[in-house]
Write a protein that binds this ligand. Sequence first.
Ligand code: ATP
Ligand code: MG
Length: 413
Amino acid sequence: MIQAPRGTFDILPDSAAQRKVVEEQTEKILGAAGYRRIETPTFESTDLFARGVGEATDIVQKEMYSFDDGGGRSLTLRPEVTAPICRAYLEHGMHKLAQPVKLWYLSSCFRSESPQRGRYRQFWQVGAEAIGSSAPETDAELIVLLADLLEALGVKGTRLRLSSLGTPETRSAYREELKTFLRAHEAELADTVRGRIELNPLRAFDSDDRRTQAVMRDAPLLIDRLNNEDAEHFAQVRALLDDAGIAYELDPTLVRGLDYYTRTVWEFTSDELGAQSGVGGGGRYDGLIELLDGPPTPGVGWAAGIERMLLAASDLAAPAEPVDLFVALARPDGTRTAFELARDARRAGLQAQLELAGRSLKGQLKHADRIHARWVAIVGENGVATLRDMQSHEQRDTKLENVIPTILRGGTP
Ligand code: ATP
Ligand code: MG
């Protein structure tokens, strides 16, 4: 038997109904703040991610699904959506629109990772981006919107970690300082950390090796090196979050996956999730558009994993899908009438289903019960149907043309 590839999964109807709730809530919450939906292609030039996510990141180093397009160009299934949106911003001259341009998306993403609970090779993200504003209000508003979404979905045990990475200049000076520190403690570091001192020294803070962790307790912190403007920007973001009553932990070791985050970065985790605790996170990426050959343009955004949100909101109930009418047949020769009645009912706005399996009348009524049909119309002879109320089990004969009006009136003949 052929099965779905490892790390992928089918979205069966019950799950699709839950995901619809996620989509509706996202649209409602972000739409109310003026964010509009965008969709980008499933694959892009590999170069977009190499530049836009960063050569040194896990994503680009080992998680991308890249392939040749047949003409010698390398394409990649999108591992994330921020870089594609920045590409679209430039490609469509969105700098001419009122700034910031506020966008949201719901998209599948692809990363070659070892599959486990909450970690898949194809997964879905909802996200928001505000491009063209460096105001701290933008950062704070985006964090509040993500907090609101998680709350609306009933995501449990959430915690917010927050930090600031400063500007690229501060960061590269700090990187050198950190590298010097790490080199001085080389012998005490885990192999993987030692191997990445040059490429990605910040990842040392993420290490789960105990000796490395002991070393890192004395490491210099970027947050203590911010210049005045960055420190002021961060202080304003924090003040706005405080006013909004959003609790957070300052985590100066917070390292986010994208190379080009600047200033504010944050991540929401959920205690419900175990090892894959990140539900959603984001940050400011003031250098990204320039890296993609655009003019200097600030930007900030977040992405949240739909599967992880659903795992951490275990009792998210999707609204029931009611069946107003099931059209049953008393005799096999009534099919054309039944077919027409079901169609007319749908055109009148009812959810109407038709007997499709050649069951006996008894079987049809059992089936109608199973799908929780509110009414059953049993099509009989000479333009007459028996309309059965599946709640009271009362039934009466009526002319076919009265079936739909009666249901629309809630059963009054
Ligand atoms: P992690 O540290 O768990 O690998 P990440 O930092 O790579 O997460 P981001 O790139 O920030 O994650 O993506 C945003 C969100 O997308 C995550 O918080 C998570 O909810 C979700 N996500 C990321 N990778 C996966 C995956 N492989 N499967 C399912 N969801 C994922
Ligand atoms: Mg990851």
